[in-house]
Design a protein around this ligand. Structure first.
Ligand code: AMP
Length: 143
């Protein structure tokens, strides 16, 4: 079973949380942050992370999950509006076998449009200016 002892604080999201690596932040509160995925599967792909360290959902504190999902809802509504999406895909992977590549709990929030295929998971790096512009639009509707 996954336990908090399995958390490695050298993962890239821990570095973003400590401010050691930049991100295109769209939301922050005392328990959660959200920023643009650098390899978006669709324009407006956001990651929502609890600040509390956990490897994934399996070892997270249930109270942390409760708050995080309310932030996921807030971000999902924001990206649906900003990107005029038909729907919003929420994804969350637990361990490598399930597709997890970064081992700090996070939720993917991805706007979807009818008939438009998702790009591959961890595929192509997006241009920084595009990520910055999309982050700005999301921050504006959250304000
Ligand atoms: P997962 O496979 O669920 O662990 O997803 C990790 C996600 O993090 C992938 O969608 C990557 O594109 C994304 N990612 C990796 N490094 C960064 C980074 N420095 N900033 C933002 N997103 C990242």
């Amino acid at each position: 079973m996954t336990s908090p002892a399995d958390y490695d604080d050298n993962n890239i999201f821990a570095k973003i949380l400590r401010g050691e690596i930049p991100s295109h932040r769209v939301y922050e509160d005392e328990r959660t942050i959200a920023f643009m995925d650098v390899m978006p599967q669709a324009p407006g792909h956001v990651l929502v992370l609890p600040k509390a360290p956990s490897r994934n959902l399996l070892d997270a504190d249930p109270a942390t999950l409760t708050h995080a999902i309310s932030v996921v809802q807030k971000i999902a509504n924001a990206v649906k509006d900003v990107f005029d999406a038909d729907g919003v895909f929420i994804a969350q992977f637990n361990e490598s076998a399930a597709g997890q590549t970064v081992f700090h709990l996070h939720f993917h929030v991805i706007p979807r449009h009818e008939g438009v295929a998702l790009k591959p998971h961890s595929g192509k790096m997006e241009d920084g200016a595009v990520l910055a512009a999309n982050a700005e639009k999301i921050r504006a509707v959250l304000a």
